[in-house]
Design a protein around this ligand. Structure first.
Ligand SMILES: Cc1ncc(COP(=O)(O)O)c(C=O)c1O
Length: 367
């Protein structure tokens, strides 16, 4: 029995007819750029997150770049970025001609508050929180710090659609927040997609302008913008998938409970900690072991696919290492990059399959 990390064909079982009819409807009406589905999805997603405004854009990386640009941050200022995240979070800062300052992660693999306090300086103009693996970061603490220092807060929710902190969805806490709808995300489209959400009308208007060649209306360009759109067909697909998101998150939660039960005290396995009052979207289920590479190979031989998120922390990547490693080399993010492994999780898997993964891992450690 092969256990795949991701199976998008299986994910849409039961809603495939609705998705196909949505695509066909838009082909028949030639509604490709803008349209009813885009308007409806933006409304539905802002309602889901409980924010006033949502703007569909071309992908999660664009969403970050545009969100940063909207904030009009001080020239030459620094943005705090967690050391363990996908490249886009830091890349978006550089593409805005601003500086990255890495902050370490704690056992939650999200921003370490103690290190954040050390890294903030007069040069800091914004913090990007990433709710990595779908686990909410310690938003209250981070917000207290950003507020007291008048620093802007951006939430990168690319992995945390539907995750909650104190019963509020991630994405509603920052000045501006971003999502990716990359196909493998908990809410993903059939290609690239993303969005920006905010409660601030001024930021929303600015984002709309930037994403639309610098103007709200055609031929009225008031600033340097770009073309970044969520296609109507993709929005139609997302609208159908959004109706399943809560159910899918529940399935993931059950799977995590199985993993935690079966893998407790097995070998040197450590779980990623989650904070109180948080509900994870469990986009990824990550464990740590010193035998990571051997375990990965073993599971691979058993036809169980796994992932690593990420094999190198950002300060270790060639793009950053020369300028950043001097203050990052002792970071948890660097140390743990050798130990982390993401186990299969998702609505495409059955309880039986998750138990099989657990038993294989147990067998590996007891052998
Ligand atoms: C944390 C994080 N931020 C940003 C992105 C970028 O999203 P996209 O691939 O849609 O550009 C991703 C995608 O993997 C991500 O995981």
């Amino acid at each position: 029995m092969k256990i795949s990390f991701l199976d998008l064909k299986k994910q849409i079982r039961g809603i495939d007819k609705k998705i196909i009819s949505s695509i066909n409807k838009n082909i028949k009406s030639s509604s490709f750029i803008g349209g009813e589905d885009l308007d409806n999805f933006q409304k539905k997603f802002s309602k889901y997150i409980n924010v006033k405004y949502c703007l569909g854009v071309a992908n999660g990386t664009d969403a970050l770049e545009i969100a940063i640009k909207c904030l009009n941050l001080k020239k030459n200022s620094e943005i705090i970025v967690p050391a363990n995240t996908w490249i886009s979070t830091a890349e978006a800062v550089l593409n805005n001609n601003l500086y990255v300052k890495f902050v370490d992660v704690d056992e939650t693999h999200n921003i370490c508050i103690k290190d954040l306090k050390k890294k903030i300086s007069k040069k800091t103009s914004a913090i990007i929180i990433v709710h990595l693996f779908g686990n909410p970061a310690n938003i209250n603490e981070i917000k207290k710090i950003s507020k007291s220092m008048s620093i802007k807060l951006i939430e990168d929710c690319a992995q945390s659609h539907g995750a909650e902190y104190h019963e509020k969805k991630t994405g509603c806490f920052g000045d501006i927040s971003t999502f990716s709808f990359f196909p493998s995300k908990n809410l993903g489209c059939f290609g690239d997609g993303g969005c920006i959400v905010t409660n601030k009308k001024k930021l929303f208007t600015q984002a709309r302008k930037i994403a639309n060649h610098g103007g709200l209306k055609k031929n009225q360009h008031t600033l340097i913008g770009r073309n970044s759109r969520l296609d109507n067909i993709q929005a139609g697909i997302l609208k159908v998938k959004l109706t399943q998101l809560n159910k899918w998150i529940e399935i993931r939660k059950i799977q995590v409970n199985i993993y935690r039960k079966y893998l407790k005290n097995v070998g040197d396995i450590e779980f990623v900690k989650t904070i109180d009052n948080a509900k994870s979207s469990n986009h990824l289920f990550v464990i740590k072991t010193k035998k990571r590479n051997q375990l990965k190979n073993y599971l691979n031989k058993k036809k169980i696919s796994t992932g690593i998120h990420y094999p190198l922390s950002l300060p270790q990547t060639p793009l950053f290492k020369y300028k950043h490693m001097f203050y990052c080399k002792k970071m948890n993010a660097v140390k743990w990059s050798k130990n982390i492994i993401s186990l299969p999780i998702g609505e495409h898997l059955t309880k039986k399959e998750i138990i099989k993964v657990c038993l294989s891992i147990k067998y590996f450690f007891n052998d």
